[in-house]
Every structure is written in C-alpha cells, then in structure tokens.
Design a protein. Sequence first.
Length: 262
Amino acid sequence: MRTALLQSSGRPGSVADNLKVLDAAAERAAAAGARLLVTPELFLTGYAIGDGIGRLAEPADGDFADAVADLAGRHGLAVGYGYPERDGGAVFNSAQLISADGTRLANYRKTHLFGCFERDHFTPGEQPVVQAELDGLTVGMMICYDVEFPENVRAHALAGTDLLLVPTAQMHPYQFVAESVVPVRAFENQMYVAYVNRVGPEGEFEFVGLSALAGPDGVARTRAGRDEELLLADVDPAFLARSREANPYLLDRRPGLYGLLG
C-alpha cells in the first residue's frame, strides 16, 4: 500500500487554510498512487496556538471530519489526520482515520501528554490500542510521545498492528527519536511505522521534521529533511510476513518473566 506522509505545519490557527494544504497534498498523493495520506499532530488547527486549541476543538464527527471525508472521497485515498477533539467539557489531542469512501474508521486520543503545554490544554486518552482495517492491513494509531513508550508499541504488536500511524510534533532537541527510536520500534515490534512530523518554528517550539516510514527491518523507506515535504513509500505485506518469520520476537517472548513491568 503506497503511503504518503505530509510533513508540514500548515498554517497554525487557520483550519480553512490547513484544509486547502491537505486537499492539495491529497491530490498529489493520489496522482502518485497513494492509498493513504497521513498528517502531523494537530495538523488541522496548529499545535502552538494556546487557547485557540479549546476554541477550535470539535467532536470527532464534526465539520472537520466532514471536510476530510469530502476530500478523501474526491481524491480516492484514506486520510489520517491530527486535530483537537471536543467531547463534552474535555478536549483531547486526537487523530482520526477516514477511508477513501468517507467512512470514519478509527479515532484515537493521545494517552501520554508531553510537557506543561499539553497537560494544560488536553485530557489524556485511556485507550492505548485503536485499530482499523485498510486495504488488507491492520492499521493502528498513536500520537508523538506515545511511541516513546515501548509498552505502548508492543501492545499494538500483540494486537496485530501491521502499520502504525504516528502523527507527531517532535521538537528540538529530541530529533534522536525520529532518527533512532522510531526505526528501532519498527524492528523490535515487526511492523511499519509512519512517523509524520511538523516542521519549523511555531510559538516557543522548533519542530525538526525528519518524518519517516520505517520498515520491520529497522530501515527507513523514506526520510524527510527539515523542510515541508510530501513523502511516498510502500508498505509491503509480503516483506512484513518474511521479516516476522526471520525475527520472531513476539513468538519468543516469555511474558511470565515480565511481572515486574506494572
């Protein structure tokens, strides 16, 4: 399955402008044969927009979802995107996956909030494994800091995730996560990981880019630099099956020894 990664911070604070950026990227990705397009964390609104997070937050089935479903249908590809989700009085840092026919397939709420900024504006999610079926693959979702917890990704591996989508707002000086941690997560859990970052200055943050699609062999199939970019790479189920046979980490586990991991 050809997968497109949109490395961009869009236009922070303007949902309308970000939908235009997403629409243009979807058109380019579809023309290149992509079946899935993934955006960074909080792409539809921007990340460092302060109280704008709460003002712009919408329900999972709100106008954001309708707009993304429309462009997904027009371009014939699935879209995974980051946005602030309002549910009653709570706001979550969320990511949603919408199919090429406009169906809402999965909605994930970030479980591990990073730093005072996120803890001040968001409620943490409580469901670590959220999955959907897409083109014969089991697609899982998490957001940025979540992937830095090995237990989180291992839970996805045990649940059968083939491709893990990780919308991200990875900032300086933590670029080693993009460069080293993400490929290791893909290898140790025998899955593909699509890590899609924001880029450039935004508020007090400097996002480092370096988006990648890492394979189960720990090798990045594609890797962005520090500028806005649309990446394309293939997720190969046959290669994944061969890799899992050659690297049987999940079969060789001894859960009885791990009781201290509470």
